[in-house]
Ligand binder design. Sequence first.
Ligand code: 5GP
Length: 173
Amino acid sequence: MITGKPLYTVEQIQQRVKEMAGQISKDYEGEELLSVGILRGSFMFFSDIVKLIRVPMNIDFLIASSYVKTHSTGKIKLHADIREDIKGRHVLLIEDIVDTGLTLAYIREMLLARKPASLKICTFLDKKSRREVDVPLDYVGFEIPNKYVVGYGLDCENKFRNLPYIVVFKKSS
Ligand code: 5GP
């Protein structure tokens, strides 16, 4: 069940994404970037932010999951890897939300082993209070409380991803 007003409206999201893209463009000035989206959740955020980043860019995607319904299983499943060779390149991982940190810690280790020139992480949402493993986050859209949210790419059983805002989801029982 979707509850109440959006946690973040379309306008608030667009404003924050613009600010983040501005910061990323500044930080990577003079470099070429490989932006890697973690699917499926990041597809909307990825598409919005890359349009506003002003440095030459390649893009790639990987598909990973750890959640069943509204709970993390703690086990990361890599459904599809990136296709680009990242050795010596500047990689920016783009994620929808960091919760326990297990998914990103796993992906980060896997990609670092391929020796990129740099690897930074950009996440739209950060549920910091739920962290189980430490992952360095370079760009964070919003820090949110321990609530299950949907919309703006985020799902519950693959529904609600198309909502253009972020809203809290409660199980109806
Ligand atoms: P972590 O491995 O950090 O625990 O979980 C990361 C993944 O869990 C995210 O990419 C996302 O798919 C899912 N996730 C964590 N919290 C939420 C949430 O509040 N809403 C939704 N829809 N997915 C979440």
